[in-house]
Design a protein around this ligand. Structure first.
Ligand code: HEM
Length: 535
């Protein structure tokens, strides 16, 4: 016990004492082990009365009466190796970071509820959507995509919009963005895309020529770039942006009828953005302004709200469309597939610990609930694997037992609990296998799953209806002339005229944008001429 050590006196031999027989230096006098009396009054007492609730302890529960001074020989030292409390503090600190998210490393989270406002029970039997008025707890994480930890929230970048619904039938994660489409349509390209966006492996600098080069091979990215380089590319903050599930999912009703579904979150605060100069000024003042805005709005009772809408499509419509609705680079025309209101989400509670409720918060598009499932969207299918895999690496194999990720129902009836940091206690449970005539564990009542039949050849090919240029063109033409001009200016400044962008790349991109809209192609040619780079 440290208390006894205080009173002890030891002679501390210096390390590497001379060989036997060698002349010995004078022995230091015996000295007291020094440990300053702490200022906490409850620690001053020599009458030890056990651990009190607010008393400082080591992680094993040992009461700590001095949390300021290392245990030394004499006032200065050396420090004794037996100062376990010091060791524990340093060793724990060394392990206080977990790997940052591969992407979306910067973000803010908040809690609240989702409330059903319209009856959608004809379309899905998901319990949390079963009737108007039904409320479900949620936690949401907004993020930027490319910057690493510590990066600014003022960058031009898609924003993550990830919602975890703690439903009675397990957690449902809707892991979307603030833009309705994505850069690629096949998970095979994800690693290359992330490499191209992240810093140059040689210099650790972001070089735009790298993604300009990569995406010159992928015109399916044009629709997403039309959103990213538009005014909405830098949201004013997280409250003033919409959210989208991006992928096509499936809703199934009690009768087993399936519909394809796309999700839209509409901000009740409205959509507002920062123009480039405003973002630069804001970034210089407060690089985490969006996190600050979210926290302070909630703290002062100004709770942000989003209204959830869906678009539904009967799978029989797929063949008649001139685009592939399961392609994540496409939107569905709202005049053909109108938005249907489902409910509203209110964020009314700030998190109270960033590490527990943001760093360790783990989403995955694989987490669905009965009545909702995946479509054959290729990109979504890759995500079903990627997220749970990264969480097992980043947070650990038992990440779903952590309070922020665990189902709120508190029911975890399976045997997948052991492994590093298992803290689910299953007392006296001898049957840790299935099936068993002894334990009699019950399976859930059967519910309809997707009954779509699948048959076909193995293939490694691009989808048939690529249609890369039509939708970005429609979007561009829906803007007024000023917005179009700002967009073209960003293409030329942030893509075409960036250092390292070769003439071949410039020609490819001007050609692509000309396919999107002839007027836009001509505008870019002129901008290149004006910049002294005739193509
Ligand atoms: C095959 C394609 C994709 C792969 C392999 C992929 C992979 C990942 C990975 C590994 C993470 C880090 C997760 C973590 O450590 O917690 C992540 C985060 C994220 N991704 Fe994706 N992603 C893909 C496409 C998308 C798409 C299409 C969207 C938008 C619809 C998206 C939205 C997000 C969001 C919002 C986060 C942050 C979640 C959070 O706040 O914790 N990703 N992605």
């Amino acid at each position: 016990m440290r208390r006894r050590l205080l009173a002890n006196r030891v002679c501390a031999p210096r390390p590497n004492a001379r060989a036997a027989g060698a002349p010995q230096p004078p022995q230091p006098p015996c000295v007291a082990l020094i440990s300053r009396s702490p200022s906490y009054s409850f620690c001053l007492s020599w009458q030890f009365s056990g651990v009190v609730a607010d008393q400082w302890t080591t992680n094993s529960g040992l009461p700590v009466y001095n949390n300021d001074d290392s245990l030394t020989v004499n006032l200065r030292g050396p420090v004794l190796l037996e100062d376990y409390h010091l060791q524990e503090k340093l060793a724990h600190l060394n392990r206080e970071r977990i790997p940052e998210r591969l992407v979306h490393a910067v973000g803010a989270s908040a809690k609240g509820y989702f409330e059903v406002t319209k009856d959608v029970s004809n379309f899905t039997f998901a319990d949390f959507l079963s009737e108007p008025g039904k409320k479900t707890d949620v936690i949401v994480r907004f993020s930027t995509a490319v910057p690493s930890r510590g990066g600014a929230e003022t960058v031009r970048d898609p924003r993550g919009f990830a919602v975890k619904f703690y439903t009675n039938e397990g957690n449902y994660d809707l892991v979307g963005n603030n833009m309705p489409v994505f850069f690629i349509r096949d998970g095979m390209k994800f690693a290359d895309m992330v490499h191209a966006f992240k810093p140059n492996p040689v210099t650790n600098l972001i070089d735009n020529w790298r993604f300009v080069d990569f995406f010159s091979h992928h015109p399916e990215s044009l629709h997403m770039f039309t959103h990213v380089l538009d005014d909405i590319g830098i949201p004013k903050d997280y409250r003033h942006m919409n959210g989208f599930g991006v992928h096509t999912f499936k809703w199934i009703n009690r009768e087993g009828k399936e519909r394809l579904v796309k999700y839209h979150w509409k901000s009740s605060q409205g959509v507002e953005s920062l123009l480039d100069e405003e973002a630069q000024a804001m970034g210089g003042k407060d690089s985490l302004h969006a996190t600050r805005d979210l926290i302070s709005s909630i703290a002062k009772g100004d709770f942000p709200e989003w209204v959830l809408h869906v678009q539904l499509m009967d799978p029989s419509s797929i063949a008649s469309l001139d685009f592939d609705p399961l392609d994540a680079t496409k939107t569905w025309p709202e005049d053909q597939f109108p938005l249907l209101e489902v409910g509203r989400m209110v964020l009314n509670k700030n998190i109270n610990n960033f590490f527990n409720e943001n760093e360790q918060l783990a989403f995955s598009p694989a987490l669905v609930v009965p009545g909702i499932t995946y479509s054959d969207d290729k990109l979504l299918q890759s995500r079903i694997f990627a997220y749970t895999d990264t969480q097992r690496y980043r947070v650990g194999p038992n990440y779903l037992s952590l309070p922020v990720n665990a189902p709120k129902s508190g029911i975890l009836n399976n045997q997948m609990v052991d492994g590093i940091l298992n803290f689910v206690n299953k007392p006296n449970e001898e049957v840790n296998y299935f099936p068993s005539k002894i334990s009699g564990a019950l399976l859930a009542e059967r519910y309809p799953i997707s009954g779509e039949s699948i048959c076909g050849k193995r293939m490694q090919q691009v989808i048939r209806k690529e249609s890369n240029f039509a939708q970005p063109g429609e979007l561009y033409r829906s803007w007024d002339a000023d917005r179009q001009e700002r967009f073209a200016e960003r293409i030329s400044k942030e893509m075409l005229l960036q250092p390292g962008v070769t003439e071949v790349l410039q020609k490819i991109w001007v050609h692509y944008w000309g396919e999107v809209d002839v007027g836009l192609g001509n505008k870019l040619m002129k901008k290149m001429d004006d910049a002294g780079v005739p193509l």
